[in-house]
Design a protein. Sequence first.
Length: 88
Amino acid sequence: MPVIKSPIPESKNETIQLRVSQDIKFRLARYAEFIRATPSYVVVEMLERLFKKDTEFQSYLASYKVPTPTETRGRKKPSPGQDPPSDL
């Protein structure tokens, strides 16, 4: 029985890029295959679980305003080596 449920269609998504070891990439692909989902879905679901479970992070996060899609539109991406805006 899988730990993560199969995906439900979601609204607008953003793209991020991650570097992981070959072993992590392999296991992520196999787990996604196991639950008939995409690797992206697995990563998002696990991050959601992590964010909900970490109460210290929840307290920290409460001090931030979550940006709406219109607030993030048109923002320039930081150059490599440049720190991102503090509200992201």
